[in-house]
Structure formats: structure tokens, C-alpha cells
Design a binder for this molecule. Sequence first.
Ligand code: GLU
Length: 416
Amino acid sequence: MTQNLNPFQIAQQQLDEAARLLGLDPATHALLREPQRELVVNFPVRMDDGQVKVFKGYRVQYNDSRGPTKGGLRFHPEETIDTVRALAAWMTWKCAVVDIPLGGAKGGVTCNPKTFSPYELERVARGYIRAIYKILGEKTDVPAPDVYTNPQVMAWMMDEYSIIQGHNVPGVITGKPLPLGGSQGRTDATARGGIFCVREAAKVLDVNLEEATAAIQGYGNAGQFAHQLVVELLGMKVVAISDSRGGIYNPNGLDYRATIKHKNTTGSVVEFEGAQSISNEDLLALEVTVLFPSALENVITGHNAIHIKAKIVAELANGPTTPEADQVLYENGIYVIPDFLCNAGGVTVSYFEQVQNAYNYYWPLELIHERLDFKMTAAFHAVHEMAEVKKVHNRLAAYLVAVDRVAEAVRLRGWV
Ligand code: GLU
């Protein structure tokens, strides 16, 4: 959120363009332009110093025509209803583009979890669930982790929900730790799905990835696993990484074990030994094979898109590129793997987690990887072909695939 662009207006603008190209009827367009349901809550939490603080939380259920709504929860100081609405819309298109039987939702709490003790974090997580539990359920709406939430937070939330219901309900939340009904392969699923897309993009673009280079903007869950997997699965070299405090650069490559250790011990990648420092802006402009925006919204904008020199932009973050920037990247021949395709691996394995919870039988890791690969590869090629046929950029192509599927469900249900 480096600029004051309203992500929900961007999401609506992207939909409008797809609706026009699809010739969507006005009623379906109007329905898909707004969330079906939103809940805003203010809930009290007792902090460690004995004082009570009131937090604002949100849950937006965007569209459930294809199935129960699904999407993560962010704990972030800049969370607003409009970021949550945009992210809920993107979840709807995300589930549709990988063709899983779920709708889209998103939620969050405006807070800075970096200032919480573990006990405070737990009380915020439980307080939020007590405030919104009435609209959740394994067959209605299923949250998951997102920015600054993790499997432990999901465990507390699932426990709180189960206590309220009076029985164990593992399927109400995904991204849980393994002993509580989590799925194998969920932690690195977002990055892994993106890596499968990069592999397929390299095939269609005829790019040799052995010894190719990458830069990673954002070094949270998705960025760190992307680092490990581009090295292990694709044989690439990561030459630059940044996070909210700054960036590091080494043209000979950065070792993921060492950089992840440094990040976990110091809280940032900056001052990593043996690397030069680099600004976020300079990192975005590096001449690398693949650039991975892996943090927050509005990072590649009308101002800096012109400087991007990567062959492929693989968006692990949600909403990193503005519509203005999309046009510039397209005109400059940069191949963008759009967010709700590129980062759909997370929700795909969340769906596998739900399936396993529902029949209470758990799959081995190899099966998860194989099924994730199948889903991501199929989605990638559906989007790539749409872009070729319609002669549009990949984001618009992804919208055409996804919105058409949601519109069909809306029609078949007889809503319009
Ligand atoms: N928060 C992730 C996303 O934006 C995962 C959502 C989920 O697993 O439900 O896709």
C-alpha cells in the first residue's frame, strides 16, 4: 500500500473491463461489482497491561455462487474495509480461475501484531472469532492465513469456534497446524503454485530457467518459500531481496538458508553479510529473468512500470500492479503472471485441506504436490490461451476466464 490508490476501485475497474469484453448482462455485472455481504465489528481485548483496547475487524463475503466463501485474514495496521473488499473480490476470481468449488471472502483486523505479546495475539484472534462466528461455518465461509497471521493463529481461531459450537470443527478454518487437521504442503503452497506458473511461462516463452535470475520484493511466507523453491525446483539464482526495511543485492546469488535465518533473527533482510544494500525501487528495476512482487498492493504503478526490465513478473502478492502499470508492462512485452492466478496455490491446498477435514482422512505430501501442479498448470494454460486468442494482457485474460465461470454459476442458480 505504497500509494493512496483504492484497491477496491481498482478491482471494480478490472471487472468492468472484463464485463465489457464478455458482454456481461447489466444485472450480473452489477451483482459481481459489489460484495454480497459484509460485517464490520468492534471488539474488546484485554491487553497484558490490564487495559482494554477496542479493535475493528471485518469479514467480507464477496460471492458464494460457486460454493462456500473462502479467503484469508490479515492483521495489518492499514487494513480498511476497501482493502478487504478488493481482496474478497480477488478471492472470488482466484477460486474460479483454478476451478475449485468455492466462492471468495476476506477478513482482517486493523492492528499491528508486531507490537503484541503472544498472549495478546491469542486474545485478539479469539476475540475476532467471537465477534464474527455467526457468519462462519465449514459450509458457509472458511477463513485462512494471510498477511501477519499464521497456523498458530488459525489453531486458536478454530479452537474458539469449536468451543462455541460445542464440538470439534476443523473444517471451519484452513492453514491449521498439522496435528489439528492441517494439510501437508499448505505452508509453501502459495509459493509452489507460483513456481509451477513460472515453469509453464518459461515453456511458452522459450526461456531457459537454469541459471536464470530472480528478484523478490517482500520476504514473508510467500517470498521466503519462493526463494527456496526457485532454487530447488527451477535451478535459478536469487540476486536481490527486499522487505519493508530495505533490500539486499548480490549478483552471484543469495543463499536462502542464510537469508531466511538472518530475517528470522534480525527481523529484516537488511545488513545481510556479503550483500550490497539496494532500495526497493532499484530492486524492481533490476534486469532479472523473474521479478516476484510478494508483499502488498500497489507496488508496480504508472510511475515505475516503465523501469521494469524483468522478462516475467510473477505476482505472489495480491494486487501489486495497478491498471495503469499493467498497460505499460503489456506494451513493453513483459509477461505478467497475474496475482489471482500466480498465488492461487495457497487456496488450492486450503481446498484440499477442507476435503481432507470433511472425510477425516489425510493425504501424503506427494499427492498434494501432484494435485496442486495439475490445478495450477491447467489454470495457467487456460489464461495463457485466452490472452492469445483475445489479444489481451494476462490479467484481463484471467478475469475473462474467472468472471465467465462465476457468471455462469450465477445464471444457473437463477439469480439473474
Ligand atoms: N490468503 C491466501 C490468499 O490470498 C489463502 C486463502 C485461503 O487459503 O483461503 O489466497
